[in-house]
Design a protein around this ligand. Structure first.
Ligand SMILES: Cc1ncc(COP(=O)(O)O)c(C=O)c1O
Length: 435
């Protein structure tokens, strides 16, 4: 009998490109049919056919307190009665600004938007407006949303850092070469390359944007000297340092990666957790930079639903919960328990595997040791990941459907969830070992 899931996917493909509203959901990397969900509670999800899963995606990060947390749900239900949107200021936005400034003190001023993509795109514009420079530096394997300037890979001009228009080339059709030419893409964790680039064209750089812990090429941890050198070089050359904490914000630590590594960026972008599952993003930082924004300054940026009261309420309720004493220590310990258990299970079965975690984020790699760059991640055994993914999924454990995505644990993940996951993983690893 055809499942409801299969029917929905077939019909969706007629009307929605690829049947999905964001490409990773399509399971193209791992093969098979994407799962259509209808319900979530705590650490669990149920698909449209009623099958239960332990969720290690958590909507790619936002559901840090688990699905349908009663306090978040109740706050949202109460606020919707007052109208869904005003397109005018509310006290809730101020409450959010106060909280962001308290938890992420480098964000002296902040503006709310509706997605991470909007946050990074706007941060880059204000950095360019502030410095009067055009060049933007990013790193291979980091993802900052889908705006034109950021869908760029390294071009041949990169080797010399010349003023050629081949510094960056579009990584997506539809991005003009002229736009990509202003973006340089360097290797993550390559401190020497960073120094070489700044010594040649440092004074032309408007901003450098990076994920301070990367979650978009699986999980990659920064070398501390890489972040430190980057901070020093940006200061020396007057370039704006932007930490994209859309994924790491409030997740790797209460104050984000900047608190964890004790480095103060000039600007920060946030998303995911600050919306608690509803569409919210934020960008902010030094007051002198943020004051360049309209209506005060010449940099234009706007949004009909920016600071939407319902979305901000879900975010505020979530941020309230994650400020509980030891919230992040417990989340990190639970995530580490999962990671350590998976490493032990793979070892027992004799499968080449490594894993690591930072706070509530984790990376699983079918490689001898944890990678530190995009090139190293690419060397991991993708076939083994894909088989592992499907074995786990069949048994009711939902990991990200790609070898190149980080995983997420929520405060709702119990010891029983971890124990179940590890039991299933032991069987999956031993099946892999027999192949
Ligand atoms: C680090 C980072 N920045 C920006 C974005 C874009 O956010 P959104 O998908 O909300 O546009 C993402 C999305 O995953 C992200 O992980």
């Amino acid at each position: 009998m055809t499942s409801i899931n299969q029917t929905l996917f077939e019909k969706s493909q007629q009307l929605i490109p690829g049947g999905v509203n964001s490409p990773v959901r399509a399971f193209r990397s791992v093969g098979g049919t994407p799962i259509f969900f209808k319900k979530g509670s705590g650490s669990k999800l149920w698909d449209v056919d009623g099958k239960e899963y332990i969720d290690y995606i958590n909507s790619w990060g936002p559901m840090i307190v688990g699905h349908a947390h009663p306090e978040v749900t109740q706050a949202v239900q109460e606020v919707v009665a007052n109208s869904l949107s005003f397109g005018a200021p509310t006290g809730l936005e101020l409450e959010m600004a106060v909280l962001i400034n308290k938890l992420v003190p480098s964000m002296e001023q902040v503006r709310l938007v509706s997605s991470g993509t909007e946050a990074t795109m706007s941060a880059i514009r204000v950095a360019r407006g502030f410095t009067g420079r055009n060049k933007l530096v990013k790193f291979e394997g980091c993802y900052h949303g889908h705006s034109d300037a950021l869908l760029v890979k390294a071009g041949s001009g990169l080797l010399t850092f010349g003023k050629s228009n081949e510094l960056g080339v579009p990584s997506s059709a539809g991005v003009p070469a002229e736009v990509a030419a202003h973006t340089l893409t360097l290797e993550y964790n390559n401190t020497q390359q960073l120094k070489d680039m700044f010594s040649k064209i440092g004074d032309e750089i408007a901003c450098v944007i990076l994920e301070p812990v990367v979650g978009n090429m699986n999980l990659i941890v920064p070398h501390p000297e890489f972040l430190q050198t980057l901070r020093e070089l940006c200061t020396q050359h007057g370039a704006v340092l932007v930490f994209d904490e859309v994924m790491t914000g409030f997740r790797v630590a209460l104050g984000g990666a900047q608190a964890l590594y004790n480095i103060k960026p000039d600007m920060t972008t946030l998303g995911k957790v600050i919306g608690g599952g509803l569409p919210v993003g934020a960008f902010g930082g030094r007051k002198d930079i943020m004051q360049r924004l309209a209506p005060l300054g010449p940099v234009y940026q706007a949004g009909t639903l920016s600071g939407n009261p319902v979305a901000v309420t879900a975010g505020l309720a979530t941020l309230k919960l994650i400020q509980a004493p030891d919230f992040h220590a417990k989340l990190a310990a639970q995530t580490k328990k999962l990671v350590d258990g998976l490493i032990a299970a793979a070892k027992e079965a004799g499968v080449v595997f490594s894993a690591q975690s930072v706070g509530g984020m984790f990376g699983l790699y079918f490689s001898e040791k944890c990678p530190t760059s995009f090139a190293e991640v690419m060397l991991s055994n993708k076939e083994n990941f894909n088989k592992f993914f499907h074995l786990m999924l069949d048994a009711g454990v939902y990991f990200g459907p790609s070898a190149f995505e980080a995983g997420f644990v929520s405060a709702a993940h119990s010891d029983a969830d971890i124990t179940f996951t590890l039991e299933v993983a032991r069987k999956a690893f031993s099946a892999l070992a027999k192949n």
